[in-house]
Design a protein around this ligand. Structure first.
Ligand code: PLP
Ligand code: COI
Length: 341
């Protein structure tokens, strides 16, 4: 198969239309049979539930070209389960996880020419999403929904690739204590837009959100979970019921434990203890593992020993092992790699 002619090394993290997308409709109380289409536009009522009350959720995963030339995705079943969870919480009909995985495979296969070559540093980002499409004016769930998947080739999420980031402790909250922080609802991201624009204007790469109830504990950023490494190489990740359960983070904890022999701990992390950690990273599908060099808390600099020039040594080992698994250089745990072709 001929690859598209793109400048794979320099594509950045943006939207680029690919050839085919997947669409399935929920009407009359059931999911209809879905399929691929070349049409990248959507026509809907001016009063659609998604437009009025933001009834929408989404997922994000990637397709990779492995060292031996196969196209694979990473743990798509977990994205399917998480999307079912998001749907239930938003009173949307769940798109069954088995059909989700099948739809991901079909969409990637149909856009195989856009899966970046091995070694280019780029990947094919896969964006499944669902929204209320029928008219809603009283505040209630829509009756009809559309599930779609598009793909777009992407480079690193943060400009500068593996250069350590500078974060600021945000004065805004991302999610309420008993709200929607643990699901991938579009509204969580709408909530973060003002905060991220303010952070960028102040010269920071991202926000660190605190727990909204006490503002003493570390939650996550707008699009990734945190990993910290202690001076004695223990990997620590914040536990909270209002952060997104990252699939990358769950995978990295397994990598740390089973591949690198490190001790791991998921527990509440206080803002006050950040100064004691040696390394910090952001983990997620888009972020992979992006190193953090400094966090600024209202004028107070919290600097990690790993510095502002390169990834800390443990973060690097985690990064190399995870991407090695995803690109087929390192044997994956059972069930982690879904081969597409
Ligand atoms: N946290 C937030 C708020 C996110 O948007 C994402 C991205 O999906 C993550 C964490 C990381 O999750 P995952 O590793 O499943 O991509
Ligand atoms: C992802 O990592 O897939 C996300 O959805 C995060 C988003 C900030 C791009």
């Amino acid at each position: 198969m001929e690859k598209k002619e793109l400048d794979w090394e320099n594509i950045g993290f943006g939207y680029r239309k690919t050839d085919m997308r997947y669409v399935a409709n929920y009407r009359g109380g059931a999911w209809e049979e879905g399929g691929l289409t070349a049409d990248d536009t959507i026509t809907m009522s001016e009063c659609a539930g998604v437009l009025q009350y933001a009834q929408t959720c989404f997922e994000g995963l990637k397709a990779y070209t492995t060292e031996d030339g196969r196209i694979v995705t990473f743990r798509p079943d977990l994205n399917g389960v998480r999307m079912e969870d998001s749907c239930r919480y938003l009173q949307m009909p769940a798109f069954p996880k088995e059909r989700f995985v099948e739809a991901v495979i079909q969409t990637v296969r149909a856009n195989a020419a856009y899966v970046p070559p091995y070694g280019s540093g780029a990947t094919l980002y896969i964006r499944p999403y669902m929204f209320g499409i029928s008219p809603v004016i009283g505040v209630k769930p829509a009756e009809e929904y559309q599930f779609r998947i598009f793909t777009t080739p992407v480079g690193p999420y943060f400009k500068g690739g593996a250069k350590p980031l500078t974060l600021c402790v945000s004065d805004f909250d991302r999610a309420a204590p008993h709200g929607t922080g643990h699901i991938k609802a579009g509204l969580n991201y709408a909530m973060s837009l003002h905060a991220i624009v303010a952070a960028h204007e102040a010269g920071y790469d991202e926000n660190l959100y605190l727990d909204p109830a006490t503002r003493t504990k570390v939650e996550e950023t707008g699009g990734a979970n945190f990993l910290f490494v202690t001076k004695d190489k223990k990997v620590i990740t914040p536990k909270s019921s209002s952060i997104l359960p990252s699939i990358t983070r769950r995978s990295l904890l397994t990598v740390a434990k089973d591949y690198l022999g490190l001790e791991v701990e998921e527990r509440e992390v206080l803002l006050e203890e950040l100064k004691d950690f040696a390394e910090c990273g952001l983990c997620g599908t888009a972020a992979v593992i992006s190193p953090v060099g400094k966090i600024v808390d209202h004028g107070r600099d919290i600097c990690f020993a790993s510095g502002m020039q390169e990834m800390g040594p443990v973060t690097k080992q985690l990064y190399e092992t995870l991407t090695g698994i995803q690109m087929g250089r390192i044997e994956a745990p059972e069930g982690w790699i879904q081969v597409i072709e």
